[in-house]
Every structure is written in structure tokens, then in C-alpha cells.
Design a protein around this ligand. Structure first.
Ligand code: TRP
Length: 331
């Protein structure tokens, strides 16, 4: 039996990149009876930048609702809120004490902010709080708490998993073998699915396809995919073509082949986009209906998260006892 775990930061409605890069691999793996899976809402991870009570509440609900609508089955996957498992925060503090500070100085997300501050003439740590600086340690605690084998993540999170591995090894060296050293699980092709403008697909660039917008918005967004200026009937390359790349992720193999033939024979980009839109609506239609339905029943959503926490907390309580005994802090 293998254990997989991944976390979702509540930052807004999920988009196609989130679905293909993280959620779908998680759901596929958790359907495998050889896997035990944990998926949680990393609400405390969001606190370093979301500091508004009603927005925080709204984002947590939104993300829970979206993942349930997208097919997460709480009977197969343990689905919970990080904040419901206080042992994670205790472990985070323990890991702080084996984590060299210089190691954190080199974390991508933090370094990017420092570089930007310096380039723009501000103090290096301007706008950096300790929650942001310690983010990779908390993430290591999320993972190491549960003896995880693999962590499905997008490419941007790989460094965090390396930090987790290093911290597990450091702790094990000091206190004796305690933690399993996890592996990242990356779905290569998807990890490089670019955004609508060709840059990395990211909400901060505004180049994603959100999953739960109105039909009309989605049509508009798909129509905005950048293309070259080949004429309508000219043959077109599928290689590197974003319309084709997204279609391929949502369609069956024979459908994809047909679509590729149309490209070779010359389909206009307008028609190709219309076909992609149809495919998108067909693929996500049932999830979009479920989303609207669940939205009317917030209590059901919160009950599911509570039940998840009830299953997970005893595991964390047992785990933290072992860790405490390793470091000589027992009850
Ligand atoms: N940092 C991840 C992100 O921004 C979210 C996350 C928090 C996570 N804890 C985790 C992912 C543990 C995997 C495992 O997407």
C-alpha cells in the first residue's frame, strides 16, 4: 500500500491547469486500490497573504466545493482542512529547529521577492512575513506527518518537495530514522501546458481557463487563445499548438486523432476553438452542474471536511507521539 498526499492552497476557483496538473493525477491515483490518499486544503498556508476574514472563509469554501464537484470522493480520499490537524503545526515548529536558515534563504518563492525588492530599490525583505519565509517548512510538516510515498504536484512545487526530502533526511540523521523520504509525482506533459498567451498557465498571469465560469465567459476565453496567422484552409501543426494540446487532454484517443487530421487538412483556428469549447463543456458539464448544486448546501461541504479531519487527526496524534519520543519531549 502506497500513500499519496497533496495540498491545495485556497486562492480562488480552480482552473484547467490545476485540474490537469494536480487534481486529475491525484484522482487517478486514488482510484487505484493500492493507494491510500490524502488531499487537504492548506488554509494556514494562505494566511501569509490572505488577511481578510470573509475572503478567507469564502476561498476555503470555494476550493472545497470545486474539488468535490470535480469528482473527489471523500470515501476514497481523506479530504480535510490543514487547520483541523494542530499536530501539523507542532511538527512544523520541530522541523524549524533542524532547518538551517540559509537553506530557506534560497527558496525560489522567497528569493524571487527579495530579488524583485532589490531590483526596485526596496529593502530586501520588504513585505516578507515569517509565514511566507517558513512556508516550505510548514509544507514539509504537512507531508512528513503522514509517511507519504508520493506527492502529486505541479512543476513549480518541486523545489518544495526537495526541501521536504532534505528536512526528513536531516531529522533522521539527528534523531534516528523517523520519516519516510517522499518523492514528487509530476505528470510531465501537463506540467508544461502553457497558458493562453504562451506563458506558464498561472492565475497571476490571468491566462488560465477557469472551470466554473459561465458558458459565455469560457467561450470568450477559449476564443482568446493566441494563434499564428495561417489562413483558414492552410494545414496546421499540432505540435505546440495550444488548442490541440488542451483538446488532447479532454478527448479520447480516436477523437484526438480525428482532430489532428483536421489540423493536417486545414481547419480554421475559429473552428478548432469551437470544437475545443464543445469538448470542454462536454467534459466538465457534469462537474459544473454538481458545483451549482453543492453551492446551495454549504453545510454538507463543511461536514465532509469535518469527517475527513476525524479520520486524519488520530493518525497525526499517533505520529506526533512517536516524533516527540524521538526528540525527548514526551508527555
Ligand atoms: N504549496 C502548495 C501550492 O501552492 C500547496 C501545498 C501546501 C502542498 N502543502 C502541501 C502541496 C503539501 C503538496 C503537499 O500549490
Amino acid at each position: 500500500m502506497k500513500t499519496l498526499l497533496s495540498g491545495i492552497k485556497p486562492t480562488g476557483r480552480p482552473h484547467l491547469g490545476n485540474y490537469l496538473g494536480m487534481l486529475k493525477p491525484c484522482l487517478d491515483l486514488s482510484a487505484n486500490p493500492d493507494f491510500k490518499s490524502f488531499l487537504f486544503i492548506a488554509d494556514y498556508h494562505a494566511l501569509n497573504f490572505i488577511q481578510d476574514k470573509s475572503l478567507m472563509k469564502e476561498l476555503i469554501f470555494e476550493v472545497a466545493l470545486s474539488y468535490l464537484a470535480l469528482g473527489l470522493d471523500p470515501n476514497k480520499t481523506m479530504f480535510y482542512r490543514q487547520s483541523d490537524i494542530p499536530e501539523i503545526f507542532e511538527l512544523s515548529l520541530i522541523l524549524d529547529c533542524v532547518c538551517p536558515k540559509g537553506f530557506m534563504n534560497r527558496a525560489h518563492a522567497y528569493k524571487a521577492i527579495v530579488d524583485k525588492n532589490i531590483a526596485e530599490g526596496r529593502e530586501a525583505d520588504d513585505g516578507v512575513n515569517m509565514g511566507l519565509f517558513n512556508y516550505p517548512v510548514l509544507m514539509a510538516a504537512d507531508i512528513l506527518m503522514f509517511n507519504v510515498d508520493c506527492v502529486p504536484v505541479g512543476k513549480d512545487q518541486v523545489q518544495h518537495i526537495e526541501y521536504t526530502r532534505d528536512l526528513a533526511i536531516k531529522f533522521n540523521n539527528i534523531f534516528g530514522k523517523t520519516f519516510k523520504v517522499p518523492e514528487p509525482y509530476l505528470k510531465d506533459e501537463v506540467a508544461t501546458l502553457p497558458g493562453l498567451d504562451g506563458r506558464k498557465m498561472s492565475k497571476s498571469y490571468g491566462n488560465t481557463i477557469p472551470l466554473f465560469e459561465t458558458d459565455n465567459r469560457i467561450k470568450k476565453i477559449i476564443n482568446s487563445i493566441k494563434t499564428d496567422c495561417k489562413g483558414a484552409s492552410e494545414p496546421k501543426e499540432t505540435e505546440g499548438n495550444l488548442i490541440y494540446m488542451i483538446y488532447k487532454e479532454l478527448a479520447t484517443e480516436p477523437q484526438t486523432q480525428q482532430f489532428a487530421e483536421k489540423f493536417a487538412n486545414g481547419i480554421s483556428y475559429g473552428e478548432a476553438k469551437a470544437e475545443l469549447y464543445q469538448k470542454f463543456i462536454e467534459f466538465f458539464g457534469p462537474c459544473r452542474e454538481k458545483y451549482e448544486e453543492l453551492k446551495q448546501h454549504p453545510d454538507d461541504v463543511f461536514d465532509i471536511l469535518k469527517e475527513g479531519a476525524n479520520k486524519v487527526r488520530p493518525i497525526a496524534q499517533e505520529g506526533i507521539q512517536i516524533i516527540r519520543s524521538k526528540i525527548g519531549i514526551n508527555r
